[in-house]
Design a binder for this molecule. Structure first.
Ligand code: WT7
Length: 649
């Protein structure tokens, strides 16, 4: 698109109304008709009775035993579908064995080097059962934790589903995380079994993940077995505790009974960054999570029989857990799963995949959209992507330029964009349009039915048209149940600022029409290429380097990544600063945490602004880095540090 066309579109403060065809045809319209609801606004009003709404939604799944009561709410502890018995895998796999979905493709998998695998629901069912039986044979029982460190290969969903089937709790760690980050999460979860791969493909090379897993397990003494998937074929050293996946499952039966779970039994732990150096193990459960992720996918992305769904996230993040693994399988959908870089071997790799598999619904992140925009439109013209009917965005606010480009160039002007706001903790979409919702570029529109979001000022008063704290005022089925092993942190982090109200950690504004505009995090969490990274984690990684005395990390706007990490470092006495040392520190952070957490710039300073109690004032540093007014600095112990910052930035 020409720059001038884009400018024109942006100036038009237009609202994009969905076509009549889209509205009439949509799953949500059918649902409203069945419930005698005339309009979307009426639906929102009716769903203020959240028990009623979520009970209706829960009826769409199969349960071994129905609930005695919908909700027990002792803030901040919620229990949903009390007394119900279920297993998410029953809805994701078992029930499809009785229908035509059995022969349907569950995953079309493609790797960077062009390897293909197609798994039907029946194939997946059998593979899951074989691996579940193998886990049982290794002594894994209901409630045990299994840590999974796998790239985007079918064994990743298979391992997750196998755990869930036997009632074990999986803890997937993104394969881009470092050995140290993996070890920390394995130890926190107390896993006895870990699963990894020999290696995986990235930009033409092989990442030898088994080496990282070995390094991690040296520091995770509770791990008894490491199961290794043979995938890239790179040479690996197998130790006594190691077992090959393919040998392990070779003689296992393709039938395995599904464990009957209580709706509140934990399904998984997924670690996410918070305001301290230690990641939080977010706990989700079988019952409520099933209901939430399944119904939000079905109604927001309007999934039907013939759709080909592609969510480009990595399964290592919540987006992949909810919307590559659990929800699409429960919906009996066909999903694309891609292992590799989005721009390899060429910048049209994604569009080639869309064309090859006739993808109908495409869900990605603003950082990728901006990257494609930069690559130029000619890459798109090489492919027929007219199979697309719906688009989605997640991970950070999408800027209107990127929105309009996405809508015009990818969506051909005909595909509505579902900008879905949610978090690891919320489990499913929270603020998002349905295909029937009029869209405003850059706004995630309104809270979904059954979700009561609000914007509060410091005093906990609801405000409109001003920025404030984004909060959720009623419990919802797929909400976080606790922070693994640390219920105190769960209470303090999310429920103490406004008692009984869930604090999201985001700032947002609501306009007169009730549309929400997310402004970004209110805490010290960064969003780099849509990934959540704690400033404190990067700082402690920096300080663990022998040359570093102190460090402060802030986010700086970046045209592609949304935010880039800027690190300010005080070196130890006697250490000489040099460009090589800056690079060494970047590499060090990559080793400590993973490549996604590498600062884009490192600057050396002699002093950092601190409070009298010695706490580094990131607010002041951030203002300086952004070239903004530093505001009130009367509480600073060392005001001269501000001038020092001027020199540095
Ligand atoms: C944080 C949660 C939820 C899946 C991926 C990230 C930001 C997420 C949006 C959106 C504006 C968004 C928020 C949120 N965020 N989606 N559509 N518009 N901001 O999960 O790693 O738990 O991060 O991502 O800041 O708090 P996560």
């Amino acid at each position: 698109m020409e720059k001038k066309d884009l400018d024109v579109l942006l100036k038009e403060k237009r609202v994009f109304k969905p076509s009549k065809g889209i509205v009439e045809d949509s799953n949500i319209k059918k649902w409203m008709d069945e419930h005698n609801i005339k309009s979307y606004n009426e639906l929102l009003e009716k769903a203020e009775d959240h028990r009623w709404f979520w009970e209706e939604m829960a009826k769409e799944l199969e349960w071994y035993k129905p609930w005695d009561d919908v909700l027990e709410w002792n803030p901040p502890d919620a229990k949903w579908f009390i007394g119900a018995k279920c297993n998410i895998v029953h809805n994701a796999l078992d029930r499809h064995m009785k229908t035509g979905v059995r022969e349907k493709i569950a995953y079309i998998w493609e790797s960077e080097d062009g390897r293909l695998r197609r798994l039907t629901y029946e194939d997946l069912y059998k593979e899951v059962n074989r691996f579940a039986n193998a886990l049982k044979r290794l002594g894994v029982k209901k409630g045990d934790r299994v840590s999974i460190y796998l790239p985007m290969i079918p064994e990743l969903p298979i391992a997750m589903l196998a755990c869930a089937r036997i009632g074990a709790i999986h803890s997937v760690v993104f394969s881009g995380f470092s050995a140290k980050a993996f070890a920390q999460r394995v130890n926190d979860a107390g896993a006895k079994i870990a699963i990894t791969v020999d290696g995986f493909y990235r930009r033409g090379g092989v990442v030898p993940l088994k080496e990282s897993a070995d390094e991690a397990i040296q520091n995770a003494p509770a791990v008894e077995r490491l199961i290794v998937v043979k995938h890239a074929g790179n040479e690996v050293a197998m130790k006594d505790r190691d077992m090959w996946w393919h040998e392990l499952v070779k003689n296992e039966s393709t039938e395995c009974e599904t464990e009957v779970m209580d709706s509140e039994d934990p399904l998984f732990i997924l670690y996410t960054s918070g305001t301290t150096g230690k990641p939080k193990g977010v706990v989700h459960v079988h019952g409520g999570y099933s209901v939430g992720v399944y119904t939000t996918l079905k109604y927001v992305f309007d999934l039907r029989g013939g759709d080909v769904w592609w969510c480009t996230a990595d399964v290592g993040w919540v987006t992949g857990h909810s919307y590559i693994v659990y929800a699409p399988l429960m919906a009996g959908a066909t999903s694309v799963m891609y292992e590799g870089a989005p721009d390899y071997p060429a910048q049209d790799r994604m569009w080639e995949i869309v064309e090859r598999y006739k993808v109908t619904i495409f869900y990605t992140a603003p950082t990728l959209i901006r990257m494609f925009m930069k690559f130029g439109d000619e890459w798109l013209k090489k492919h027929d992507i007219s199979s697309l009917r719906l688009l989605g965005s997640v991970g950070e606010p999408i800027n209107p330029e990127a929105w309009v480009w996405y809508h015009q160039m990818i969506g051909g002007g005909r595909c509505p964009i579902m900008d879905t706001w949610w978090q690891t903790e919320t489990g499913n979409f929270m603020i998002s349009p349905y295909p029937v919702t009029p869209l405003k570029p850059g706004s995630a529109t309104k809270p979904l039915p059954g979700i009561e979001a609000d914007i509060y000022n410091e005093d906990g008063k609801s405000i409109t048209n001003k920025g404030g704290y984004l909060v959720i005022k009623k419990p919802w089925p797929s909400m976080i149940r606790t922070v693994y092993g640390d219920p105190d942190r769960y209470h303090k982090q999310y429920w103490s600022m406004f008692p009984g109200v869930y604090l999201t950690g985001d700032m947002a504004r609501r306009d007169e029409e009730g549309y929400f505009w997310i402004q970004g995090r209110s805490d010290d969490v960064l969003k780099v290429a849509g990934h959540r990274i704690g400033s404190a984690e990067v700082e402690s990684a920096l300080v663990s380097h022998p040359a570093v005395a102190e460090a402060a990390v802030v986010g700086k706007p970046d045209p592609i990544k949304g935010e880039a990490i800027e690190a300010l470092v005080i070196l130890k006495r006697g250490v000489n600063s040099s460009p090589e040392l800056k690079e060494e520190l970047r590499i060090h952070v990559g080793k400590e945490l993973g490549a996604i957490a590498k600062p884009s710039t490192v600057k050396f300073v002699n002093d950092l602004p601190k409070t009298r109690s010695g706490k580094i004032m990131r607010r002041v540093i951030k203002a300086k880095v952004l070239g903004e007014d530093v505001g009130d600095i009367s509480t600073l112990a060392n005001p001269e540090a501000v001038e020092e910052l001027d020199r540095a930035v």
